[in-house]
Design a binder for this molecule. Structure first.
Ligand code: ATP
Length: 382
């Protein structure tokens, strides 16, 4: 076994979490396609019953990682364990994994019941037990009474539930879901997300879920592995990813972020003091540790962490409202802040009062009103 403990995995030697045998473990797994590095040294430990999401933009390597766990691809380097067993060279059909694909991949000529029963028949389970388990799986995905229909007689959401039932019916060690809701409309997607999460919790099945939708990842996951260009950038619980992104890619990809121009004032232990205009704020030191006092830095502030005040209020930054967007429960204000931000700053104001109190053209003050601020060295790319 390759040995390495990566702080990003939150598995610290001796910590309670490290004594739990991971349900899935990737040790330095690498996969190339010709010259292209699809996955670079992935280190990942997924706990039993955990809902782990792989989140990242198109082409970042999510499906490659999933296919390596499934056994559809072979790793060039590294090792994969399922339930403590080395499976790097084990064929897909012997890994006891349930998979739901984006396009459902149901057998069109088979009934719903036969689709669900397929994996049980290939495992030589007797007919009575198959019938019992199919009924159970249909009830689980709320499709009792649909057993004799063909897939084309079902809606997209119902087809996806059949695919889920088929993946779960043989009680897999791990459930893999590759963008399972991307073909569904927004409302159905929302209700399927809630249902899937309920089923996953009820069964306690270890799940790896692939998506490029950050909202889906934040709302459903126990932990998220954020990926970019074949690398895992951060593995953490959703609120940690949102509040404490480890680099500017994660900070920009997950949630909205304003980038303000700042200066590093001081480093004090784990925290650093930064200045934006005349305002001072504390940020985690790790991400700016290599910079010296006085260096220019980019300060990332979430739209809901900026508060509007009067233009000359002490401790505020000056800006001009350029656009208002009414969003129902809140108003998005876009603010010009020359010298403070290179791009327009987004401020999220709860309620509707900002529609009248912050008209386009108004000069306002902005206060940085939260602790969850992070800073990174300026972007080197031109
Ligand atoms: P998407 O969200 O678009 O599905 P992804 O994050 O799942 O993207 P992958 O499908 O894992 O990304 O692809 C990672 C990289 O590997 C991409 O650059 C892709 O073009 C490349 N790649 C994937 N499969 C192959 C293949 N069979 N042959 C060559 N290159 C491949």
């Amino acid at each position: 076994m390759l040995m390495r403990t990566d702080p990003m995995t939150e598995f610290t030697p001796g910590a309670a979490s490290d004594r739990i045998r991971p349900a899935v473990q990737l040790d330095g797994v690498t996969k190339r396609f010709g010259d292209s590095m699809a996955l670079h040294e992935a280190w990942l430990k997924i706990r039993p019953s955990e809902f782990m999401t792989l989140l990242g933009p198109s082409g970042c390597g999510k499906t490659t990682l999933l296919n390596l766990v499934a056994g559809f691809l072979t790793a060039d380097n590294g090792e994969i364990f399922i339930d403590g067993e080395l499976v790097t060279a084990t064929p897909a059909h012997m890994r006891e994994i349930g998979i739901v694909f984006q396009n459902y991949a149901l057998f069109p000529h088979m009934s719903v019941a036969k689709n669900i029963a397929y994996g049980l028949r290939t495992r030589g389970i007797d007919n009575k037990e198959i019938a019992r388990r199919v009924d159970e799986a249909l009830a689980l995905v709320k499709l009792t009474g649909f057993a004799d229909r063909k897939p084309k007689q079902l809606s997209g959401g119902q087809q996806q539930r059949v695919a889920l039932a088929r993946a779960l019916v043989f009680r897999p060690k791990v459930l893999l879901l590759d963008e399972p809701f991307s073909a569904l409309d927004k409302n159905l997607r929302g209700s399927m997300q809630v249902e899937l999460k309920q089923i996953q919790r009820e069964l306690g099945v270890t799940t790896i879920f692939v998506t490029h939708d950050q909202g889906e990842a934040l709302s459903m996951s126990d932990r998220i592995a954020v990926m970019s260009a074949g690398r895992i950038r951060q593995i953490a619980a959703p609120d940690d990813i949102y509040r404490r992104p480890v680099d500017r890619f994660v900070a920009s990809f997950v949630g909205d972020a304003n980038v303000l121009c700042g200066k590093l004032v001081d480093k004090q232990g784990d925290m650093a003091l930064v200045a934006v205009g005349d305002i001072k704020a504390s940020v985690p030191c790790a991400s700016v540790a290599e910079l010296s006092t006085g260096a220019t830095i980019d300060v990332f502030v979430r739209p809901e962490h900026l508060a509007v005040t009067r233009r000359d209020a002490p401790g505020s930054l000056l800006g001009t409202v350029v656009t208002q967007v009414f969003q129902g429960g809140h108003v998005d204000l876009y603010i010009d802040m020359p010298g403070i931000a290179r791009e327009r700053v987004l401020v999220r104001v709860p309620g509707i009062a900002a529609l009248s109190s912050c008209p386009v053209g108004a000069e306002i003050g902005l206060i940085i009103g939260a602790d969850d601020i992070v800073a990174f060295p300026p972007d080197a790319t031109p």
